[in-house]
Design a protein around this ligand. Structure first.
Ligand code: AHR
Length: 642
């Protein structure tokens, strides 16, 4: 039956979407009509409320030069033991000065390095100092206050004033400046506020610390923060947090991936070195080729969870590091098991426990909720076969102390029955299209499944429309099986798109120092996560071509049905949607469409809104709907039931 079209206009994500929307359209000859029958009042599986979350690790400058808002690079002079990377000497006019990495002088045992500035000649007209070029620039906005700080000591107490300035690379002029009157011969932290005027936003700036008198000055832990999400000190970048918030993620797997393990055993994620004052954090080498500042440490991860209403999925180091090194199960592993127990207590223990008290001292008296703990990461790489026994040792100790915690194994084990298994899939679009039924036959009596890392690896630096289609097709299978697949998270999440900043493509969200954008895959995640439902409905599809995928759920609280249809074909697809059962559609339907002109089309920093969801409504709905799904499209149709 054909219906007349009702046309509405919709907007989403701030972009005006001038697209007419037809819920019931004139069928075209583009394809033969397929039939989707949905039993609106009969569910076949419950949807996991924790299905969509985030996986995160320090890769591609995800934290330093990414979501962690610090703007000074190599702030503690520990990135390279041989030279002060990202710093240069400043010698204005006739001033004479030199700089040197000093590995014997630092403000603390953890931060034991500094940069020594030796000034032979300088005055108010011709100051001398040091400059930092940030993470591919220092982004500055108009009329904004920046929080600067540094540790310093001088060879005599008369040294001063000391000025921190933000300088435009392009004009050489000072954009903001602030001074402290004098330094002492003891290490001390100094704080200044720097205010920009009506400037054009740009990342082409650098930071300068300068003096106007001869003498020696040592600097360390030099820091500059812009305003952060929720104005949290030592906090996160606002645009990236907003993008994550739009995904409505339920959990954060932290600190996921190889970052947990390190290349060598001594490089594992020693969480105790990532808490407390920044001056007590020694930084550590990450397996992705650069050192982690650990400014975004364990407590900051947990506060990130709190800010976005996510629960942490805590990954604990389990004694395997990437260069095929493992800790033998038994007494050798005991310290790592104890570290995991301490870490869990830091997260969820009350403030009268040993590590809960440390968390309270660090500024967060209230415990964080914790349900899932993951033991290791991708331990199938451990060809020694030690994981079975290592897992058992962690399992027994954690279950004894915290019987209610759910433990995740990273590969199947025989020694114990894990509560959850973590599966990872990095695939081509074709592989995902072929495997959307992956979990249909999974044994429901075994462990639950966490698809802790997955992505269609097509497009660079971020996924293209073809990847988004394959991701969405895969997610229809995940949703349909979310009685057993209780959690899933795309990976990696972030990429700094500057040359040399990344180690892995593609990644969900791209950025430079100033701007960020979501890939088509990002918007697919937003659409799926925002229309989850709590029951999978009984349904059947007949007459469909191979590249048509769907998932249908309902939300029993909102009395709403969500139909997600992925048409990965180059042709529009006609679908007759029959809503059968006592719960019938009522009111208007909302349609969210993400579509491209080709598999290759994509978003970028220069064109962030080429492919974005378009929202529209239709008032003409009934129990028999005919719709043409555009070529290369992902759609969510939201219908109220009565
Ligand atoms: O997400 C990138 C990497 O892929 C992760 O660090 C690792 O767990 C996986 O192999």
């Amino acid at each position: 039956m054909l219906r007349s079209a009702t046309i509405r206009w919709g907007t989403m994500f701030g972009a005006l979407a001038m697209v007419p929307v037809l819920l019931a359209q004139q069928p075209t000859k583009a394809s033969t009509e397929a039939v989707l029958r949905i039993q609106t009042d009969k569910w076949i599986a419950k949807v996991s409320p924790t299905l969509y979350g985030l996986m995160t690790e320090e890769i591609n400058h995800s934290y330093d030069g990414g979501i962690y808002a610090e703007l000074v690079r190599n702030r503690a002079f520990q990135d390279n033991p041989n030279r002060p990377e990202h710093w240069r000497i400043v010698r204005d006019g006739n001033s004479r000065a030199s700089m040197q990495l000093d590995k014997s002088a630092g403000p603390s045992a953890a931060v034991s390095s500094s940069l020594k500035l030796t000034v032979e000649r300088a005055d108010a007209a011709d100051p001398a100092g040091i400059a930092n070029n940030g993470y591919w620039g220092i982004p500055l906005q108009a009329n904004t206050t920046y929080a600067g700080s540094f540790y310093a000591k001088a060879d005599n107490d008369a040294t001063g004033p000391l000025t921190m300035s933000l300088v435009s690379n392009n004009t050489g002029s000072m954009v903001a400046t602030a001074s402290v009157p004098s330094l002492t011969s003891e290490w001390k932290q100094y704080k200044v506020m720097l205010q920009t005027a009506q400037i054009t936003p740009s990342e082409s700036n650098h930071l300068v610390l300068s003096v106007t008198r001869p003498g020696a000055v040592w600097f360390s832990l030099v820091s500059l923060f812009p305003p952060t999400y929720k104005n949290t000190a030592n906090g996160n970048r606002i645009d990236l947090m907003k993008k994550l918030a739009a995904m409505h993620p339920v959990f954060l797997r932290l600190p996921g991936g190889n970052f947990l393990e390190g290349d060598h055993i001594q490089d594992w994620y020693g969480w105790k070195k990532t808490i407390g004052p920044l001056v007590d954090r020694p930084t550590h080498p990450s397996p992705w080729g650069y050192r982690s500042s650990d400014g975004l440490g364990l407590l900051e991860f947990l506060e990130w969870c709190q800010d976005l209403h996510m629960q942490p999925v805590l990954a604990v180091y389990a004694g395997y590091s990437l260069k095929h090194e493992h800790v033998n199960p038994g007494p050798d592993l005991d310290p790592y098991v104890q570290s995991a127990l301490d870490e869990i207590q830091y997260v969820m223990g009350s403030s009268d426990t040993k590590w809960g008290a440390v968390r309270a001292k660090d500024g967060h008296p209230a415990p964080f909720p914790l349900t899932y703990v993951e033991v290791g990461n991708e331990d199938w790489f451990d060809t020694s076969g030690s994981y079975d026994a290592r897992f058992a040792q962690f399992f027994d100790a954690i279950k004894k102390a915290y019987p209610r915690l759910q433990l995740i194994a990273t590969t199947p084990v025989k020694s114990r029955i894990p509560d959850v298994l973590d599966d990872h899939f990095y695939r081509t679009a074709e592989q995902f299209f072929q495997d959307t039924h992956h979990y249909d036959k999974t044994d429901r009596s075994g462990p639950k499944i966490f698809v802790g890392e997955w992505a269609t690896r097509e497009g660079s630096p971020t996924p293209d429309m073809g990847a988004a289609l394959a991701d969405a097709a895969w997610m229809t299978g995940i949703e349909r099986n979310s009685d057993i697949v209780i959690m899933s998270s795309y990976a990696p999440l972030f990429i700094n798109v500057n040359p040399g900043a990344s180690q892995w493509v593609p990644d969900l969200i791209g950025y430079d120092a100033v701007d960020s954008y979501g890939s088509p895959s990002y918007y697919a995640q937003v659409m799926f996560s925002n229309h989850l439902g709590n029951e999978v409905l009984d349904s059947s599809l007949t007459g469909a071509p191979p590249l048509l995928f769907y998932s249908v759920t309902r939300d029993t609280v909102k009395q709403t049905l969500y139909l997600k249809v992925v048409n990965a074909s180059s042709r529009p697809q006609l679908l007759d949607i029959q809503l059968i059962g006592k719960d019938q559609p009522t009111g208007t339907a909302t349609i969210t469409t993400l579509s491209g002109h080709s598999m290759e089309e994509t978003n970028s920093l220069g064109n962030p809104a080429r492919i974005v969801p378009v929202k529209s409504t239709s008032t003409r709905i009934s129990s028999d709907l005919h719709r043409v799904f555009p070529a290369y499209s992902i759609e969510v149709i939201e219908v109220h039931l009565r």
